[in-house]
Design a protein around this ligand. Structure first.
Ligand SMILES: [Zn+2]
Length: 182
């Protein structure tokens, strides 16, 4: 019988035992920590994610519990060169192994190259998605080629369209004088 799994309250072990699969997409606006990075831009941008559960070595006394996560979205960050918004695609694809508790995760973490998390019956998968995307952000986002700064472009146009040189004030004065004398 197929079980329903809730990504906000995931029973990780059952999910792995069932070789569960979940996927979804949501609004960027529902992730306040990502929205803080964009300064509020792109609330309606789509954030897609998927996860599969895996029980490795299920006959063993201590079978390994794994989740394989993917997530991607596009964030409107601030270009560190021109300070204009720049769209940056962020994507993660990462496996996590779940161990008995936080202490076990801490103890094993140094010696393990795997990403370890503590097993939970009510795991917030979407929180993990947000964590991982935040970690994938570039330190100094930049346009490959910055768009021409808008203000400078306007000034250039103004320069080209500058009117004819004004009449020499002395010539003007001369003409006034002439007229007076008439
Ligand atoms: Zn730029």
């Amino acid at each position: 019988m197929k079980k329903d799994f809730d990504p906000r309250r995931l029973d990780v072990k059952s999910f792995a035992e069932a070789a569960g699969e979940l996927e979804g997409h949501e609004r960027l606006g529902d992730h306040p920590r990502l929205m803080a990075e964009t300064g509020g831009r792109g609330a309606d941008t789509r954030l897609a994610w998927s996860v599969t559960g895996e029980m490795r070595n299920p006959g063993h006394v201590h079978p390994e519990i794994w989740l394989h996560l993917t997530a991607d979205t596009v964030l409107s960050l601030t270009c560190q060169r021109c300070l204009a918004p720049v769209d940056v695609a962020v994507a993660v694809e990462r496996p996590f192994r779940f161990v008995q508790d936080e202490a076990a995760a801490m103890a094993e973490d140094d010696s393990s190259e795997e990403d370890l998390l503590a097993l939970s019956r009510s795991f917030d998968l979407l929180e993990l998605v947000e964590d991982e995307l935040l970690m994938d952000l570039p330190v100094a986002p930049r346009h490959e080629v910055c768009p021409a700064p808008v203000k400078l472009a306007v000034a250039d146009e103004g320069f080209e369209a500058e009117p004819e040189p004004r009449e020499n004030p002395f010539a003007l004065l001369q003409r006034l004088k002439t007229r007076k004398a008439e």
